[in-house]
Design a protein around this ligand. Sequence first.
Ligand code: UD1
Ligand code: MG
Length: 449
Amino acid sequence: PLIDPVPQVPAIYSSIGFSLFAFLITIYLVPALGPTFVKANLKGRDLLKVYSDPIPESQGLVVACVYILSLILFIPFAFTRSFTQLANAKPSPEGITVLEFPHHQLAVYLSSIISLLIASFLGFLDDVFDIRWRHKLPIPIIASIPLLMVYFAEHGNTNIVVPIPFRGLFGTLVNLGPLYYLYMIMLSTFSTNSINILAGINGSEASQALIIALSVIVNDLLYLPWAVWFRIPVHLLGSKADIEFGGLWGAGMSKGSQVLVERHLFSLYFMLPLVAVLTAFLYHNWYPARVFPGDTLCYLAGMAFAVVGIQAHFSKTLLLFFMPQIFNFVLSVPQLFGLVPCPRHRVPRFDPETNLLHPSKAQFLKPPSKLSTLVLRIFSILGLVDLTTHPNNGSILETSNLTLFNVFLVRFGPMKEERLNQLLMCTQVAGSVVAFVVRYGLAGLVYDG
Ligand code: UD1
Ligand code: MG
């Protein structure tokens, strides 16, 4: 061999190892850097507290740095197999060693990291300059171009499988072509912004992202060959057995399932360190928060989900994990698009006397249009908003803000901030359970196989 054989370190071990490190570094760095952030004027006031001490804001920057650095350090480990191949390759008579390196996989890694970097950079700019949401909505579009390019280079599939009832009309497969790329662009815009607008109570941003990341991990594990997990203990006991994933599938596994395993391993390598840094951050962001995530964290997490959803080809399953965010977004549309007035902050109203949160209100300065009235009346019938109407002519004067948090408060009455976040977490978990049932249970009814 040309060089000494590189010891085989199964990549999944390295990923778990890096994640543990990332956890420890984040849990230490976040509070340690707090005063530095405050000094740089990156601070916010907790809107739902009696005290007004400055809280370090956009600490998602620390999370982003640790996360992205650990992903970069991990890259060589993801290609351990190639190093071993190089070590074992026999040089040709001319003395040249030819190595078949999976360039495409490297492109997937690099483009994903570029997208994460742009997303955190733009999120940070948003924290510093407070960009209006209308202007920042398209930001992730640019961040997703590298991803789409790699998707294209791989002759990415732009077909969608038509559900059985509609096959008479459309056939089995419909090629969406450029529309599919548009859909993927929208996915990254949605995933980043939807976390950012379901925010404002302690722990909410990090905990929803954490639960989505864990759901993605569970979904990835479903695709890995179970034999791997049985052989890990054998390996730990000192056996020289080759538990590199590649070594396992060789015999029985078709090319198609190999690709599937590779994609879900990729997703796993991106989600494990994300879970680690989010957990460490959440520890400090939990009620009563000592730090705030800022838009940096929302953008980073949202982009990480878009990256794995697109690169590992499970964007529809991913969207199922976003059900609470989709609900909150659809509900917010009238405020986002100007039908209903949208105050700078839509967080619930805090009552310092009782320490409870109440639905916050948006006031109509001029009478609402017919469309706004209709939409709000429908929401009111569905029990999603509290309306205050004029005693004489019945026109709407005030509505509770159109967010999921306010819906909880309208439906279940005032509650403590920590309680409200726990309710959000339960909803997110319940959403994921439903997502798995829909994906692996009900999908069988409208799709074959
Ligand atoms: C989004 C929401 C806004 C919400 C805000 C809260 C939309 C269109 N925008 O705006 O309604 O009020 O997020 O994050 O839905 N804060 C707390 N406690 C927390 C977290 C944040 O009080 O646990 C406050 C702090 O004052 C912090 C500020 O929210 O400084 C951060 O708001 P920012 O992220 O700048 O708001 P947007 O993302 O623009
Ligand atoms: Mg924000």
